[in-house]
Design a protein around this ligand. Structure first.
Ligand code: SAM
Length: 493
């Protein structure tokens, strides 16, 4: 992308580091086209992950993230470019000009638009179902939703974001994708004091100087400064120190940036090994990535070999993605046999009279999970607590879990939009299927024809959730949240 020149100090430093490779690197940044990608969330190709995912399901198939993914529609499959090799089988490149972000299937959480190199982090942290996982710098939620998908509805996911506006976007994206995570809005240091040693896996997708975005967003070039790099490196160390405290003994920490300079990459990783006492967790570079460059930073106690094995880089002149860096660590020690912080079968704190009956009537089928029947009341909303064993007192909690519903002033219950988005097709008693054109009209706020059984219906397109509606006889009232309405959606590719 032409436009603003690369910052002089950045260009000079990278020229010195890369030597003969500098012209190819510079051309990739200045003249190359940014690549775009999409990560499937509720969908999978027929021959791939769907079969694999049917193993080890959540005890209830009511929860969409626990249910097997739905088959990839043929027209979407035909629209995708090649698979992203390091995405764990979930990511594809998008053709230039793709309308994927304006498609009804996007609003249904079928997929998440994600820059291809950003798909490597969740796959490298590799959370297993049942683990307790923390994403410390989570907004807008690309990696958190990928982590949720790998957890398959079993275990615990906490997504943290200290910026209030970004934390709201994060909660909205998690909701759209049906993820039942707790969302906090805190400084990592405060979480470390409250939840020391609780997590099997911690992701630090650190705020950085964003040199890897120079091709995608030319404003990243004008906002860059050498002083900014120093400030970022300082902040990254503080976040990693909190992450080290939050991981359990034996737990994994994945550090990632989207920048090239070694001060925020290998130097921070070396500091984590030397000063925080973390161990390098060797990680073969994903296909197309290259080992980190320990020779670019001053020597320390940790060997260059350990540092190279635990780190990797994506170079935009060598692979199809924007610049990125990963480092994987392990906290020393062996885990205690029982760790608090894990999700247990414990019900919520207090019964809400009438709620379990109302919820069962809405859902039918095998009935809702126990945590949905004994909800937690927080800021006027009833929630399925995602982290019932984590102490939340004194922390800013944007969402303690999945938003289930609200009780009106008159004592009636209304379902929350995010409950609709978290359901698998087997769960709701009254599903109402829309074709894509009708789905676009529903998402724009239009009423639907009536004539079904009166009451609440779960609106879906090909099994992918869209929201709620209420059939009142002659028509069906649209309950899609006004703030989310879209009038610009397309139904074809
Ligand atoms: N992981 C996100 C995703 O995949 O969508 C992207 C995260 S972005 C690279 C870094 C995030 O860190 C930003 O949302 C920023 O607001 C947040 N942040 C800034 N300062 C922070 C701090 N001190 N601790 C934790 N997060 C911070």
């Amino acid at each position: 992308m032409a436009g603003e020149p690369l910052p002089d100090a950045f260009a000079g430093a990278m020229r010195d580091l890369l030597g003969a490779e500098w012209p190819a690197f510079r051309d990739a940044l200045v003249e190359g086209r940014p690549v775009r990608g999409l990560r499937l969330h509720r969908l999978a190709p027929a021959d791939g992950e769907a079969t694999e995912r049917t193993r080890g399901l959540h005890p209830t198939a009511a929860l969409a993230v626990a249910a097997p993914p739905l088959p990839l529609p043929a027209d979407l499959g035909a629209h995708l470019g090649p698979p992203v090799p390091w995405s764990g089988g979930a990511g594809w490149y998008l053709p230039p000009g793709s309308p994927a972000g304006h498609h009804v299937l996007h609003e249904a959480g079928a997929y998440y638009l994600q820059e291809p190199s950003a798909m490597a982090a969740a796959a490298a942290l590799a959370p297993r179902p049942g683990e307790a996982v923390l994403d410390l710098c989570a907004a807008p939620g690309g990696k958190a939703t990928a982590l949720a998908r790998l957890l398959r509805g079993r275990g615990l996911l906490v997504a943290n974001e200290p910026d209030p506006a970004r934390a709201r976007v994060l909660a909205r994206n998690l909701g759209r994708l049906g993820v039942d995570a707790a969302v906090t809005q805190e400084a990592p240091e405060r979480l470390a004091s409250a939840w020391s040693g609780r997590f099997d896996a911690v992701l630090v997708d650190a705020p950085c100087s964003g040199e890897g975005l120079f091709r995608k967003e030319t404003t990243a070039r004008t906002q860059w400064s050498a002083r900014g790099v120093v400030g970022c490196a300082r902040r990254q160390r503080a976040i990693l120190a909190a992450a080290a405290a939050l991981a359990r003994p034996g737990g994994r920490i994945l550090y990632s940036t989207c920048t090239f300079n070694p001060e925020e990459n290998e130097a921070v990783a070396r500091w984590a090994l030397d000063a925080l006492g973390l161990s390098a967790d060797p990680m073969p570079p994903p296909a197309g990535w290259e080992p980190g460059r320990p020779e670019w930073v001053p020597a320390g106690a940790a060997s260059a070999e350990a540092l190279a094995q635990a780190t990797c880089r994506l170079w935009p002149h060598r692979a199809a993605g924007e610049g990125a860096f990963l480092a994987r660590f392990r906290r020393d020690g062996t885990p205690a046999p029982e760790r608090a912080g894990r999700r247990t079968a414990a019900p919520g704190p207090a019964g809400v009279p009438g709620w379990p009956e109302w919820l069962r009537e809405l859902l039918g089928g095998g009935g809702p999970p126990a945590s949905w029947e004994r909800p937690l009341s927080h800021r006027g909303v009833l929630w399925a607590a995602a982290a019932p064993d984590l102490p939340l007192a004194g922390l800013t909690v944007v969402a303690p879990g999945l938003a289930l519903g609200v009780r009106t002033a008159g004592g009636a219950f209304q379902p929350h939009h995010h409950l609709a988005m978290a359901l698998a097709p087997a769960a709701p008693r009254q599903p109402r299927a829309l074709d894509r054109r009708a789905a676009a009209a529903y998402l724009a706020g239009e009423a639907l024809p009536g004539g079904g059984a009166p009451g609440l219906c779960w609106i879906h397109v090909g099994g992918l959730p869209l929201g709620w509606a209420r059939d009142v006889g002659a028509r069906t009232n649209n309950l899609y949240p006004k703030a989310l309405r879209r009038v610009d959606l397309v139904t074809d590719w």
